[in-house]
Design a protein around this ligand. Sequence first.
Ligand code: HEM
Length: 290
Amino acid sequence: MTDQTAESIPIEKPVKPKGPLVYRQSIFTRVTHWVWVVALFFLLLSGLQIWNAHPALYIGEQSGFEFDNTILAIGAENTDQGVRGFTTIFGHKFDTTGVLGVSEARGRQNFIGFPAWATIPSTRDLATGRVVHFFFAWILVATLAIWLIASLANRHFWRDILLKPRDVAGLPKDLVAHATFRFHHGRSYTPLQKLSYFVVLVILFPLIILTGLTMSPGMNAAWPWLLDVFGGRQTARTIHFAVMVLLVLFFVVHIAMVLLAGPFNELRSMITGYYRTSPGTEPDAKETSK
Ligand code: HEM
């Protein structure tokens, strides 16, 4: 009988089956993606600076004292407990002291819509906010145009973004898979990924650009039809803000999904282009099967 204690028996780690390493993200997808990350960061914070110059939103062609079309307002008011910050959404008023309306900056109370830490620059400076915002807005327009031309040419748009009937049919199953954190790593995106990237790239980005242009007096002269399409400058401004909120929500879910799906593999694909797929995925002829 051999004398083998538990310590001397070599423990073999189970080898996780791996699928092939495929080239999934083209250079155009990767470069435009990281430019958007930088541009959207500056657009969001400089946008909040501009918004603070008039922290209210309206629906309709006009705004003013004689109108009752405010849907969101942030401000400060004197109360028995001192100055308090408030936010009113569709007529419902909330005390938001500390964050919205009244916040602290450099040890002093600041009576401002969004707090100093959420704006670029962090002091009240509308002119600089506008310069930063318009600079990155044109970067977004240019990179979206480059992305669209490249994605049509290399078929990324057709293969990964546009939902085909079989993707639509697969949506409920993919929704359950994502909700239960069972991720499939394939050659292309899953139906839910296609849908969310389609919404961002084909609906939200163009919408935020067009509503931004609708707020420009120069564009009103050149393309007056934009005002008709979006129901006036105030409604365009409200849609612009709402799309910003949707993009922030997308960002939160997007980062959560990247972290849950395997951040190393996901980030490698968006940096080098190469992605480790689930077992059973067929590699293309020019791809490695390491
Ligand atoms: C500013 C916010 C962001 C937006 C609007 C955004 C948007 C997008 C879009 C539209 C795609 C699909 C691109 C295409 O296929 O052409 C994508 C993919 C991806 N993004 Fe982002 N992204 C953002 C931030 C980030 C950040 C901060 C990270 C990393 C931590 C990240 C990691 C990824 C990865 C890994 C993919 C590929 C996902 C996959 O293979 O399913 N994204 N993103």
